[in-house]
Design a protein around this ligand. Structure first.
Ligand code: SD4
Length: 321
């Protein structure tokens, strides 16, 4: 059995290619790293890699991670500026015995010293989004933090090895130096080839409060199905934060066990995710919660074409409703 699952529609093109590679016997590490790098390179995805939205200073600070489910080795980078593929840097770090998580100037220096390419990651389009958001925020006091999505990708290969990778520009307009869950092991990602893997997207500050990825893997280890593990972790964290913190941000997760069974859970209106495995061609699903359980259906053609138009649409004037 081989399989892949990833957060958000943006993972589709990467999964189409990587699932071919998995079918032909590629490793899960190669599949997830190549597929996430593909998302990073695509300029119209405004929350990952090239074209990602900047922090409040107008700088694109990128976070990424990789974890090898066989050895439990992981590598991660945070606040990495102007390096082409943060996920490849994270993967390289996972092969180091120490210094697995590097941030800021140190991460950039290490990446350059290892031969990773420098690249200006702020695009004209992202700059337009930034200027528009600055105007909206000044005019009407809107929350600057809306607008974010992380790609988190899980792979299971024919040899039974699993890997997970994440990549994100984090929250739009975040404070310089802010880290979310995506480069933080146990929160944004976790992977154990003997059990399964999970990865998260949403408001990192809240996802980290539940260490959600580790918790999902732990519940799968105790015998829960991936779907039940995902739903129970998201639901319980949401209830806990509402009761004790008084509010909760967006929380969405995907997971897969070592048999290729998968799960997804969300507390938002529509969460898209992509799955492929031996018996399923790459498919985009739309998930929503009904009666405490996440339900999902394949996205129809209309949704897919609206999506393609939306991500390329002109940026337009500030929006005030
Ligand atoms: C973060 N979890 O930096 C990321 C952002 C994200 O959907 O996934 N948004 O907090």
């Amino acid at each position: 059995m081989w399989g892949m699952i990833a957060t958000w529609r943006m993972a589709l093109e990467g999964i189409v290619q990587a699932s071919d590679a998995l079918r032909q016997g590629a490793t899960s590490a190669r599949a997830v790293v190549d597929a996430v790098a593909e998302v990073e390179d695509f300029p119209f995805y405004k929350s990952v890699g090239y074209g990602g939205l900047p922090n409040e200073q107008g700088e694109v600070e990128l976070d990424a991670a990789f974890m090898d489910g066989d050895t439990l080795a992981f590598g991660a980078v945070g606040n990495l500026i102007d390096i082409a593929n943060p996920v490849r840097v994270a993967h390289a770090l996972s092969r180091q015995r120490f210094n697995s998580l590097l941030v800021g100037a140190g991460a950039r220096e290490w990446a350059l010293s290892e031969g990773f390419a420098a690249k200006t990651m702020l695009t004209e389009r992202a700059t337009q989004h930034y200027r528009k958001r600055c105007r909206e925020t000044i005019d009407r006091g809107l929350s600057p933090y809306d607008g974010h999505d992380t790609v988190g990708m899980i792979g299971l290969d024919k040899h039974g090895s699993m890997s997970v990778a994440t990549s994100t520009s984090g929250l739009f307009m975040k404070r310089r130096g802010r880290l979310g869950d995506s480069p933080v092991i146990g929160s944004g990602f976790y992977c154990d080839s003997q059990i399964g893997a999970a990865t998260a997207t949403g408001v990192g500050e809240d996802l980290m409060k539940g260490c959600v990825s580790y918790e999902i893997v732990r519940r799968m280890e105790n015998g829960m199905s991936p779907q039940r593990a995902a739903d129970s972790v998201v639901l319980e964290l949401e209830d806990k934060l509402m009761a004790r913190f008084g509010r909760v941000g967006d929380l969405s997760v995907v997971c897969m066990n070592r048999d290729g069974e998968f799960g997804a859970a969300t507390n938002i209106k529509t969460f898209s995710f992509v799955v492929a495995h031996e018996h399923l061609p790459p498919t985009v699903y739309l998930a929503e919660r009904r009666d405490g359980q996440t339900c999902y259906t394949p996205a129809d053609e209309q949704w897919m074409s609206d999506y393609a138009a939306r991500i390329r649409a002109p940026i337009g004037e500030p929006h005030y409703d």
